[in-house]
Design a protein. Structure first.
Length: 166
C-alpha cells in the first residue's frame, strides 16, 4: 500500500504543529523546515482546517495551530480523511467494469482484509504518539523548545532574592 503525497504532507504538518505546543507556525516555516512545496502545503492546511484538525489565526502574527489536542487526533482517522480512495485494485471500485473472476475471487477478499488491517494498526496511534521523541524532532526541525513560565510559587532563587523575597 502506498499513501499519497497529500497524506504524507498532512501528517507532517500535524506533527509539526504538535511539536509547536501552543505556538503558531506558518506555512512558509513548515515548508522550509521539511523541504517541501509551500503551495501544496497551503492546500493541505486548508483541507485540514475544513476537517477540524487545524485552526488558523489571521493577521500579522498569525499562523496555524492544532484545533484539538494531539492526543485526540487519531492517525487512522487522518489517513481515512486524506485517502478517500483506499481501493488497492480496480475491482474495489464499483464504477469499474466487473472482473471476469469476481464471483469466485479470493484475491479481492484478501486485499480488503489487508487494507482493513493496515488502517486498524493506524487506529492504535494518535498524533501525540508520533511526536514522542520531542526533543530530537524539535532539533531536526529547528523548533525552539517552548518556554512555559514557572508557577508563582516556583520562581528561581535569584529572582526571589532580587525582589526581596525568600
Amino acid at each position: 500500500m502506498r499513501l499519497t503525497v497529500y497524506t504524507d504532507y498532512s501528517l507532517r504538518l500535524l506533527m509539526y504543529l504538535a511539536l509547536k505546543d501552543d505556538g503558531l507556525a506558518t506555512i512558509a516555516e513548515i515548508a522550509e523546515n521539511y523541504g517541501i512545496s509551500k503551495n501544496h502545503l497551503m492546500k493541505v492546511a486548508h483541507q485540514l482546517g475544513v476537517a477540524g484538525y487545524v485552526a488558523t489565526v489571521r493577521g500579522r502574527s498569525g499562523g496555524l495551530r492544532l484545533a484539538k489536542p494531539a492526543e485526540a487526533i487519531g492517525l487512522g482517522e487522518v489517513v481515512r480523511y486524506t485517502e478517500p480512495d483506499m481501493a488497492l485494485v480496480s475491482c474495489f471500485d464499483p464504477a469499474n467494469a466487473p472482473c471476469a473472476i469476481q464471483r469466485c475471487c479470493v484475491l479481492q477478499g484478501a486485499l480488503e482484509k489487508a487494507c482493513l488491517a493496515f488502517v486498524d494498526v493506524l487506529d492504535g496511534y494518535t498524533l501525540s504518539d508520533l511526536v514522542k521523541p520531542r526533543a530530537r524532532l524539535r532539533a531536526l526541525l529547528s523548533i525552539a523548545p517552548s518556554h512555559v513560565p514557572a508557577p508563582a510559587g516556583m520562581r528561581s532563587p535569584k529572582r526571589a532574592k532580587a525582589r526581596g523575597q525568600r
